[in-house]
Design a protein around this ligand. Sequence first.
Ligand code: WT7
Length: 639
Amino acid sequence: MKKGEPLEAFESLSHIQDVYKPSKEVVENSYVKDYDSLYEFSIKENQKFWDDVAKDLEWYRHYDKVLYSEPPFYKWFTGGKINIVHNALDRHVNSSRKNKLAIIWEGEDGTGRSYTYLSLHKEVNRMANILKSFGIKKGDTVTIYLPNIPEIAVSMLACAKIGAIHSVVYAGFSATALKDRIMDAGSRLLITSDGGYRGGKIVELKKIADEALSGTPFVKTVIMVRRTGHDVPFDESRDFYYDELMNRPGIASTFKTEEMDSEDPLFILYTSGTTGKPKGILHVHGGYAVGIYITSKYVFNINDNDTYWCAADPGWITGHSYIIYGPLINGATTVMVEGSPYYPTCDRWWKIIEKHAVNIFYTSPTAIRGIMRFGEELPNKHDLSSLKILGSVGEPINPEVWRWYYKHIGKERCPIMDTWWQTESGMFLITPVPSMPLKPGSCGKPFPGIDADIFDEEGNPAPPEKGGYLVIKNPWPSMMRTIYKDEKRYIETYFSKYKNAYLAGDTAKKDKDGYFYVMGRIDDVIKVSGYRLGTAEIESALITHEAVAESAVIGKPHKLKGNSIKAFVVLKPGFEKSESLLENIRENVGHTLGPIAKPDEIEFVDSLPKTRSGKIMRRVLKAREMGLSEGDLSTIEED
Ligand code: WT7
């Protein structure tokens, strides 16, 4: 939080009055029937709690120690040997789940495919052999730039299987963003596709990848999945077709999974922070597997017969943890859906729920707000009676949106799990469990094992109803281990404000019953449609345009997207303000960083408010924009 934005501002937020109690049936079918006693035990005997959970997984070698602490660095299940893919795939193939559906996939163009655990296992094994044949080995990084198609799951699992580190870049990012992430991760191999479908149009992934690669000569191999089948550039010396490789004679469908140390890296996933450089969040095999296994199970109540659908993209942490690894470790059937919720028709999602009799459905407040626009007639046209549990993630859910979701999608039967967590946390940290009474707008209470609190500036716990900084006071197995190649930033960002508490970067409050309410970010991160974007990243993209001398970006509350992006731009001498220049600058952001980062509004200004040391004061711009007082302006100098 910036100076001049008092925490007290959050205290006036209205109290939530309505409470939704779970039915007897929901409680009876819940893994966690008595949250309070489990929570008490999990905090008192924290290591025992996690030890019990970890025993449900299969280890090649049992760990010696549950937790090894050297704050702020924590190691979990040390001495243990494991591979997350053994738990997500291999072990199911040797069980009654062998012929059960692992993945059901729906393409936007009306095509679809599904995989049983056995067929997925074979495909992953072949891909693992292919990666090996290109010389990829344990500890190498592989960048994956694919749409929401089964091959993204296959690629991730194949990397993990051989012990390579995957770095997935969301397919909505553009060339510069992709290039920066490839360079930082140091990948020698890229897996991409010719394109992907979104809203009836083709996203030109291969073209974007080629542009990104033109400045990254150390990528020697590109594996390209044929998804759209349209003509794309193909470099015979570097590029290979995924399907041709898969069908090569001699590519075996067996592979001996690499036995990893618990603390060996599993993946890097880039996320935005205060500076323009994205943070490579690093997760490991052992603790990550344990954390997402138990959160998927306890929060979504996943049972063996359940079909589970998380409508996020695998390119984000939600997809990593709760489309791919979490549901597969639990042996569920996971649904993957490519493209837009509105194409070809606005009831596409409800059709899919009906078609596959989805039992658990997990999406974002932005998506629900978008869908609400079309009224309840659309969901009412479909049979949604298979649904048992609903979920929400990415940003605070407005109480009225919560109530609509509860009534019109869940038909007042399905508890809504508003899960608060982060790329950094790997797993849910604050969330209801189905047996817990729910309050719209609240993300419930800390997950068992998680000691969450609200601190004031000095690190004192804030009393109920008082806003403050959301912190986690103990480590948890699936927490990030560091920021890739930037330990200093890891310590500074998360562990410097308070001693021995993880600073999440959000402001929040608790009510008298211990329910948490998340308010927003304290850093220069904007949540746009649930996507996490740094103002500094968007500003860097803006100034790549030849006409832009300087820029500042702020987030503004927006009815559908949660926040919209507003950019203030100072032009270089010799450039005239015009509508067409404005549009051109906007498009350039889309081209360099990604369509999701395009400013909704751009305003040309003659100067930007700055501190005496030259820092842009976005707070002042925001206050002006919102018609609020500008706070303490004494340090500003306008040139
Ligand atoms: C930030 C993390 C975690 C998966 C998707 C986002 C916000 C996330 C909630 C929620 C209120 C939420 C926070 C958090 N956030 N879930 N249920 N209620 N805010 O991951 O991109 O790393 O973003 O998203 O601000 O810090 P991410």
